[in-house]
Each structure stands twice: as structure tokens, then as C-alpha cells.
Design a protein around this ligand. Structure first.
Ligand code: CUA
Length: 160
């Protein structure tokens, strides 16, 4: 049977902690609120040349009502992927309701020629939840810290 030196045991301990943390990240439940489908009313203001908000996030399955309010000139809102197209004059609003049953990122853009920067009136709807980026980035951080700690322990042992 092989006898492990103390320095090797320390290195294995560091690796073990890193692997344990990584497994923990993989199995821990999504830390946000539980994504039961809900009804959402989202107000979107539009002015030359931006939507406010320019980024929306809903959960898959939500019933979403967009209420669209131009504030300066006539604007439109065309939502890719869902075929929603709204148009309103300032002071009035337009609305549409849909079920966010397709996950992913969908751009919405102005559909009425409203001025020089009209083509840049863009927003983004994110239909989630998507735990993957959170877990992937946490794993990357653990892997990096684990590698650094492992090398540090090895170097420290070698210097003694
Ligand atoms: Cu706003 Cu085109």
C-alpha cells in the first residue's frame, strides 16, 4: 500500500474541497423565486429613440400583457418570435397579451419610422428561467480558485 506524504494529502484536500463545491453548485436548487406561471402586466414607454425598459425578463409560461406608451411621437413595438405588433400615438397606449411559451431571447424593435435613429430602437425580452449561466459561471470560478489553491499548496510544499 502506498503511503501518502502530508503534502500530497494537502493537495488532495484542496482538490476534494473544489470538487465538493462544484457538486454543491450542480445540485443546489435555483436560488430565485419558484417559477410558477403568473400573469404579468408590463408597461413599456417609448421615446426617440429608446424603449424603457429596454430589457424584460419573464418566466416561461407566464401570461404577459405588454402595455405600450409612446411619449413623444408615434412609435411601434414589434416583438420577434411572438408576432406581437403594437402601435400608438403619444398619450395613448396599445396592449397585447400572449403566453411566453417559447424560451430564449427575443428582440423587440420599433415598427414605425420615427426619426433618424429609428433602426436602433431595440429592446430584448428574455424568457427564462435559465439557471445554466449562473451554474456555469459559479463552476468556472470554483475551477479557477481550486486550480490556484492547488498550485499554491504544491508550490508552498516544494519551497519547504
Ligand atoms: Cu420609434 Cu421608430
Amino acid at each position: 500500500m502506498r503511503i501518502y506524504r502530508r503534502s500530497e494529502i494537502r493537495s488532495f484536500l484542496v482538490l476534494g474541497i473544489a470538487v465538493g463545491l462544484a457538486i454543491g453548485v450542480m445540485v443546489v436548487p435555483w436560488p430565485g423565486p419558484v417559477a410558477t406561471p403568473t400573469q404579468r402586466e408590463i408597461h413599456i414607454n417609448a421615446r426617440q429613440f429608446a424603449f424603457e425598459p429596454a430589457r424584460l425578463r419573464v418566466n416561461r409560461g407566464d401570461q404577459v400583457t405588454l402595455i405600450f406608451h409612446p411619449t413623444d411621437v408615434v412609435h411601434g413595438l414589434y416583438l420577434e418570435g411572438y408576432g406581437v405588433n403594437l402601435k400608438a400615438v403619444p398619450g395613448e397606449s396599445a396592449q397585447a397579451t400572449f403566453v411566453a411559451d417559447r424560451a430564449g431571447k427575443f428582440r423587440y424593435r420599433c415598427s414605425v419610422s420615427c426619426g433618424s435613429l429609428h433602426p436602433f430602437m431595440i429592446g430584448e425580452l428574455v424568457v427564462g428561467p435559465n439557471a445554466f449561466p449562473w451554474r456555469a459561471s459559479a463552476l468556472a470560478i470554483i475551477a479557477a480558485l481550486g486550480t490556484v489553491a492547488f498550485l499554491y499548496v504544491r508550490a508552498w510544499e516544494a519551497s519547504r
